[in-house]
Design a protein around this ligand. Structure first.
Ligand code: GDP
Ligand code: MN
Length: 387
């Protein structure tokens, strides 16, 4: 899960990491009071989960209430399109109004995990700001990566390497060291998979302040991060996946056009592989799990058929604990409720296969035992499906 900037900054502040003073604005009427508290000079920042707001007009310095109102008018309730969103953009439901910070230096800083090397990785650059992606392309040497083994922990030599990259006077070192230690402790304590501060600024008063904040929490750890899970804001394009999870399904939407319904994560992966092998593309990953609950099949088919690109549906069930007749009954009920207008190919084998097949054949569906035969049939109906 991603935190909104204002949520991440609150977590920072609670953990002794300096952030600008600010107020959350949810409606235009809130502007005046906050603006006065900030001595009539502020920054207004659209609160969306996507990055790249600055370049897209989502961050602006405002020096009068009128300017602030105009900015709020433009953003609140509208959609902000950035290079990280699709052309639909992301709806802006709130703004963060902050004091204007006098910036001496913009640093890029992040911590994330490097799955391949099984280490945490710190990334730092003296040239942070909105052009960081161009910098990564054109001058990658300006970006330093330091890997920290979880068992070794963050050591002074790691922090020194980071600090050297910044080419700053050594009088800053002690506050830099404290800041980096706090950030790493926070990263571990909150089960974060990303903490990114871009820019981390050095102010006119020579202090480090997190001017921006991006924090991602590992979804698999949310069970022990209850206070964060409670404030979760789910972006539009993840709503289905999160809702599906609550219903006991693992569902991930993909770019292809063959809907998949499979029991078991491993079989679901193998099914996607075989679909790709025959030059088709899966529209989703969907694991209905190991239990025999017909309701899950109904829910699953609902998610699959919501996809407008769909050309065919492939159901691949290997009955172990899952009983084929339960899946078939769920499927029958689902078809009574849901209008499916693309061909469906089913491979069903294992526990209660015979009973399951009976049910499906009565409904007029092709049911296969052999996976290859089923996929060849899929390929055939897919090619004819003109969606
Ligand atoms: P992002 O584009 O979504 O990453 O939004 P940021 O919060 O990083 O803001 C983009 C840019 O706006 C920053 O890199 C700064 O250059 C600028 N900015 C944001 N807040 C302030 C501020 O308080 N003072 C000044 N001078 N610039 C700011
Ligand atoms: Mn930023």
């Amino acid at each position: 899960m991603k935190l909104m900037e204002y949520q991440a900054k609150k977590v920072f502040a609670e953990n002794g990491i300096e952030t600008p003073e600010g107020f959350l604005i949810e409606k235009k009427e809130d502007l005046e009071e906050s603006f006065k508290k900030l001595n009539e000079k502020a920054v207004l920042k659209a609160q969306v989960l996507a990055g790249g707001r600055g370049k897209a007009g989502g961050v602006k310095l405002v020096n009068s209430l009128q300017e602030a109102e105009e900015m709020a008018e433009n953003l609140l309730g509208n959609r902000l399109v950035t290079h990280q969103t699709d052309s639909n953009g992301e709806k802006v439901n709130s703004l963060l109004m902050e004091e204007q910070i006098d910036i001496n230096k913009e640093i890029y800083f992040s911590i994330l995990n490097d799955r391949e090397k099984q280490k945490n990785i710190f990334i730092i650059s003296a040239e942070g700001g909105t052009e960081i992606e161009e910098l990564a392309k054109n001058n990658p040497q300006a970006i330093k990566k330091i890997r920290v083994d979880q068992d070794v922990g963050l050591k002074e030599y790691h922090v020194r390497q980071m600090f050297l990259q910044l080419e700053m006077d050594k009088k800053y070192y002690s506050s830099f060291f404290k800041l980096i230690s706090k950030l790493y402790n926070l990263y571990l304590a909150k089960d974060a998979s990303l903490i990114e501060i871009n820019p981390l600024v050095v102010t006119g008063e020579n202090e480090f302040i997190a001017l921006d904040a991006k924090v991602k929490i590992d979804d698999n750890a949310l069970f022990r991060q209850k206070e964060l899970e409670e404030i979760r804001i789910i972006p539009d394009d993840e709503k289905d996946e999160v809702e599906a999870k609550e219903k006991g399904l693992s569902f991930v939407e993909l770019d292809g056009d063959v809907g998949c319904m499979v029991n078991g994560a491993g079989l679901a992966m193998a099914t996607m592989d075989i679909i790709k092998h025959y030059d088709m593309e899966p529209a989703n990953f969907l694991d209905i799990g190991g239990s025999s609950d017909p309701q899950k099949v109904i829910n699953a088919l609902e998610y699959i058929t919501q996809n407008e690109n769909l050309r065919a549906i492939f159901i691949n069930v290997f009955g172990g604990i899952t009983r084929c007749d339960d899946v078939a009954n769920g499927f029958k009920k689902a078809l009574e409720k849901i209008d499916v207008n693309v061909p469906i190919v089913i491979r069903l084998t294992g526990t209660n296969e015979k009973e399951g097949k009976e049910i499906l054949k009565k409904l007029g569906h092709d049911v296969f035992t052999d996976l290859k035969e089923a996929v060849l049939k899929l390929k055939q109906v897919y090619s004819k499906s003109d969606k």
